[in-house]
Design a protein around this ligand. Structure first.
Ligand code: GLA
Length: 727
């Protein structure tokens, strides 16, 4: 519910459990007054204090009132150059060469439903949403700023977006345009970020705010393996099930920055948006710029409830129809089995072993096109290699269809190898800075996806491939960080637009592909989880979580990922042991338990498995099909923290009506003289009784407080899967 109070000029956004408020003050500066647990919509600006703070300037309207300063007030969208020295949200370069921004409130609109953003991913939906638009104006710059708020009351989610319009007669340049500014009148908070590397994505790091700025971000052209565009501010003692926390996600797949600053007066500001590094955007008279969408959730009951609110909103309003609710196909991918060394017969051997197990989709990974026999050649030539696949995709698909399997294919449209026909024909289509030889990454260069003709060419080749056979799934990969950013298509003064235009180019091609091939299922992948963000999830309902398929490492990766993103978005496969990354061997059952907590599949040479292994896999596939509704629609509970190095890692998916649950547990290494332990569950109804794996039954209250008795594991990395059904 959005309420505007005329007298106090307050805007109050209520969700089921939270309240957000801003106020246009006596000088028409838009101040942030509150974001927290749901409260009455009174004017909460009494929380804002005014005092003469030395060295904090006073805007002209304040006259000689030294207690009024932009530097000390909580701003709804922070400015720069005119008195606020903290993190800016917007910076404008005017024709005079000056750099500043100064915004005053000029009006608002409240609309039913959700706003949309042209060319950008955004949460979607209908009457569940309300929209508030607040208009701000920089009179000297003749620029208006529209702040968009989407309120999804039921899921406790509030989205944000920003549109900047040049209303003047001369061009202005945006040098920064954040999507979210959150100025909480709270000090002593912690900042939690999600960090890592290729094969080690999204490990949480928690730091106490100190004076000054703490930030994470990416200047790699992707949202990156290194830092995720999702952060949390929380009380110092907040935990999984208690305490105030504010989560913020950016729906963007390129350079981003999330920066937090605590002021000396205990106001904590979070600013999140496109990274200011090498970002400028020229706005000719009448032109506008739209910053990517951000979304926020507050929870007063710790991280667990915050995550569940994000999960429910993402599942229902970011994932596209019909994949919000439709079970994802169980797949077999040939990459770890064959790498580039395959032909149709080899693929069909794997498929023939997969079909009887109930596996539904065969995904042909890298190596099917051009001269792609290694990762030194071929990218850019999206033409089937008929030496490997005689008769092309048509012949292969015919065989797969006869086996009752669907077909999926790997592509990496944004990339080019120097050893490719495309590069030989269009060397200038690769991103490079004039006068410099570009850096290679995995021996490949990035195409200039900011250019329409480059995208058109790549797309027309890929479209022909997808049209040549019944392709139901595409794995869209991207395997390098972007360097040498410069575009031959833009003048010198617009080169600061290239990074963002590149991302817009990806979104445009994804949109095109989805409208040309309705119902096509696209899985995102960026060397595993290098672009695991809300922007990609809008187009690709699942993302390959990490190239690391080691079950024990995956416990951490999937745990970190779950703070924002629901399990149904995490591509997870059972692979062979010893694991290619870690050389570790884990039981097949355990690999199954871990992969079943995401979108389940296999990535190994099934034609080389034993009958015993195949029997286990057949059961796993059956179990997954029977339990997938819990993984996809259930509420997710983290029961332990795998980074705490405890004796086991456990988690649960509980049906929304709390009548059914899937509890998973993976033990660490085994030890002699181990104690007996019980696992306390979460999310169950204390007043129901649950039958566990069709055997013993326990009261919900018992499982919640006394716990489920665990066996003492024999051997390392054993696991447990408990299916609870209310009686
Ligand atoms: C990336 C992906 C892998 C695989 C290879 C193919 O690393 O993450 O899953 O597709 O590329 O080259």
């Amino acid at each position: 519910m959005i309420v505007y109070e005329q007298e106090s000029r307050t805007f109050t956004l209520h969700t089921k459990n939270t309240t957000y408020q801003m106020k246009a003050d006596r000088h028409s500066v838009l101040l942030h007054t509150y974001y927290g647990a749901r409260v009455q919509g009174d004017d909460l600006s009494y929380r804002i204090g005014y005092a003469d703070r030395g060295a904090s300037p006073n805007p002209p309207e304040a006259g000689h009132d030294r207690t009024y300063s932009l530097d000390t007030l909580p701003q709804e969208y922070s400015t720069c150059g005119v008195g606020d020295f903290r993190l800016p949200s917007i910076e404008l370069e005017l024709p005079s060469g000056s750099r500043s921004a100064d915004l005053r409130y000029t009006g608002y609109e409240i609309r039913e439903g959700k706003y949309a953003l042209e060319g950008l991913p955004a949460f979607h939906g209908g009457s569940e949403w309300e929209t508030l638009v607040v208009f701000l104006t920089d009179a000297a710059a003749q620029v208006t700023v529209e702040l968009y708020y989407g309120v999804l009351a039921e899921q406790d989610l509030i989205t944000r977006a920003v549109r900047v319009v040049n209303r003047g007669a001369e061009a202005v340049r945006l040098c920064q345009c954040a999507s979210l500014c959150l100025d909480l009148s709270r000090g002593g908070l912690d900042l939690v970020t999600f960090n890592g590397a290729h094969t080690k994505e999204r490990s949480p790091a928690r730091t106490h705010m100190a004076p000054g700025v703490q930030s994470v971000g990416s200047v790699r052209g992707t949202s990156s393996h290194q830092h995720n565009p999702f952060v949390i501010l929380c009380e110092q003692d907040a935990g999984e099930d208690h305490g105030d926390c504010w989560g913020a996600m950016l729906l963007y797949s390129g350079n981003f920055q999330a920066a937090a600053e605590e002021s000396p007066f205990e106001i904590t500001r979070l600013v999140m948006g496109i990274h200011p590094y090498h970002f400028t955007w020229t706005l000719a008279p009448g032109e506008s710029f739209t910053a990517p969408e951000a979304a926020m959730v507050f929870s007063g009951e710790g991280f667990g409830e915050m995550s569940r609110r994000f999960h429910r909103a993402i599942q229902a309003h970011l994932i596209r129809d019909p994949y919000q609710w439709e079970r994802r196909p169980v797949l077999i991918n040939n990459w770890e089995a064959t790498l580039f060394d395959f032909n149709a017969e080899k693929l069909l051997d794997i498929a023939r072993a997969a079909a009887p197990l109930g596996i539904e989709l065969f995904v042909m990974d890298d190596g099917w096109f051009g001269a792609r026999d290694s990762d030194y050649a071929g990218l850019g030539d999206w033409v089937v290699n008929e030496k490997k696949l005689p008769g092309g995709l048509t012949a292969l698909c015919k065989e797969l269809t006869a086996l009752g399997m669907k077909f999926g294919i790997w592509i990496e449209p944004e990339m080019i190898n120097e050893d490719s026909d495309l590069y030989r024909a269009h060397p200038d289509w690769a991103m490079r800075i004039p006068g410099r030889d570009p850096a290679r990454c995995r021996s490949q260069l990035a195409l200039d996806f900011s250019r329409q003709e480059v995208r058109d060419h790549v797309y027309s080749q890929i479209k022909a491939v997808l049209s040549s056979a019944p392709v139901s799934y595409v794995k869209w990969d991207m395997n390098r960080s972007i360097t040498d950013v410069w575009s031959a298509a833009l003048p010198a003064e617009r080169q600061g637009e290239v990074y963002h235009r590149y991302v817009l180019g990806i979104y445009e091609m994804l949109d095109r592909m989805l409208s040309d091939f309705p119902g096509l299922f696209i899985e995102g992948c960026t060397g595993g989880g290098g672009r695991f963000d809300g922007g990609m999830l809008y187009y690709t309902p699942q993302i390959w979580c990490s190239d690391n398929t080691d079950a024990i490492d995956r416990l951490r990766i999937q745990y970190g990922t779950s703070f924002c993103y629901p399990p149904s978005t995490m591509g997870a496969h059972v692979s062979a042991v010893p694991n290619a990354d870690t050389d570790r061997s884990t039981p097949l059952e355990t690999r199954g338990v871990v992969a079943m907590s995401g979108t389940f599949g296999y990535e190994m040479d099934l034609s080389k498995t034993t009958p015993e292994e195949r029997a286990v896999m057949k059961r796993q596939v059956e179990d997954y099909k029977a339990l997938a509704h819990l993984v996809q629609r259930g509420d997710y509970y983290r029961l332990t923290d795998p980074f705490a190095n405890g004796p086991y890692t456990a988690w649960a998916h509980v049906s929304p009506d709390r009548r059914e649950a899937l509890v998973s547990l993976v033990f660490g290494t085994a030890h002699s003289a181990a104690p007996f332990r019980s696992l306390r569950l979460k999310g169950l109804d204390p007043d129901l009784r649950y039958r566990v794996n069709g055997q013993d039954s326990y009261a919900g209250s018992v499982l919640l407080h006394a716990g489920y008795p665990l066996p003492i594991p024999r051997g390392d990395y054993q696991s447990l899967q408990l299916h609870l059904v209310a009686e």
